[in-house]
Design a protein around this ligand. Structure first.
Ligand code: G4P
Length: 287
């Protein structure tokens, strides 16, 4: 099953963000450190145009540190400023105003040269659902901001949230949609739990989880599930991947009558253990 991607969502999201651009000095784009490609909308740079941008690799606590280092180097090579954060504990958050200041250095210097007293820097947080926008806003504000959302019928002015370090945030983040035209994008997001299982088939999600984990973390995978020698899996061969999923099911006692493996149960078990961190930190896309 493929996920429907509604161009109308994107048009609306785009307009909402474009309306806010004139209010801000800088955009803070949140992406999931485990999925730096799938968790960003490829149109974002087009939408933000020449607005300075800080990329935050959020949920860095859940990502493979070695992969995060590679991604940071990759973004740097591309001329972007990127910074790893764990918004839930606040690790990396206090450096954000400093990073923004560096991005706006020339603008701030020009203002000072003209004898102006620079007003607080203003930022908009943008990102796809579930990437941690509200968590980051709350951490930066040092308190819980009521989720405002863009509810119909509720008109209110823009609220600026003060954070430390001369930086203010718009209280409503810009929401983008992932690019679902590539169906693996949806599955990668679903493996991390960013897309609910009601939309995608759980066995398909687990299938992709096995595929990605075998490619980059096969040793850890076999250790966790006590599969001494993984079936000689070729991550491009669907039968091999299903054979591994069955081996997981057998190890976890997910069986149905006749001794066959209950694939749905095996899939849920695998995804549950992965999301509970039992397989350690992981990144599903490499630069
Ligand atoms: P959004 O506004 O972009 O939609 O995302 P939100 O802040 O609601 O975060 C989505 C989920 O991701 C939340 O978990 C949140 O706690 C978690 N999260 C955000 N940032 C981080 C991070 O840096 N590291 C980790 N490990 N998790 C993060 P939830 O299960 O939906 O809610 P709850 O468990 O917080 O109640």
């Amino acid at each position: 099953m493929t996920i429907q991607w509604f161009p109308g969502h994107m048009t609306k999201a785009r307009r909402q963000i474009e309306d806010k651009l004139k209010l801000i000095d800088v955009a803070i784009e949140l992406i999931d450190a485990r999925l730096p490609l799938s968790s960003r909308n490829p149109m974002i740079d087009d939408i933000l145009r020449d607005k300075p941008k800080l990329i935050i690799l959020n949920k860095a606590d859940l990502a493979d540190p070695e992969a995060t280092r590679k991604w940071l180097a990759h973004f740097k090579e591309q001329g972007f400023v990127a910074h790893p954060v764990d918004a839930s504990t606040g690790k990396g958050v206090k450096e954000i105003p400093e990073q923004v200041k560096t991005l706006l250095k020339e603008k701030l210097e020009r203002q000072i040269a003209k004898g102006m007293n620079p007003r607080p820097m203003r930022a908009l947080i943008v990102g796809i659902p579930n990437v941690g926008k509200s968590t980051l806003i709350n951490k930066m504000a040092g308190r819980n901001i009521a989720a405002t959302g863009d509810r119909p019928g509720v008109t209110k002015g823009q609220q600026w949230i003060k954070t430390g370090g001369n930086l203010e945030l718009l209280d409503t983040p810009g929401i983008l949609w992932p690019k679902f035209e590539d169906q693996e994008v949806g599955y990668r997001l679903a493996v991390t739990g960013a897309i609910k299982e009601e939309i995608l088939n759980v066995e398909d999600i687990a299938f992709f989880a096995v595929k990605y984990l075998l490619r980059d973390y096969s040793e850890r995978f076999s250790e966790r599930f006590g599969i001494e020698k993984l079936p000689a899996a070729d991550t491009d061969n669907p039968d091999d991947i299903v054979a591994v999923l069955e081996a997981v099911g057998r190890k976890r006692g997910c069986l149905i009558s006749g001794g066959r493996v209950d694939l749905e149960k095996a899939s849920r078990t695998l995804l549950h253990e992965l999301r509970a961190g039992k397989l350690g930190s992981y990144t599903l896309e490499m630069p």
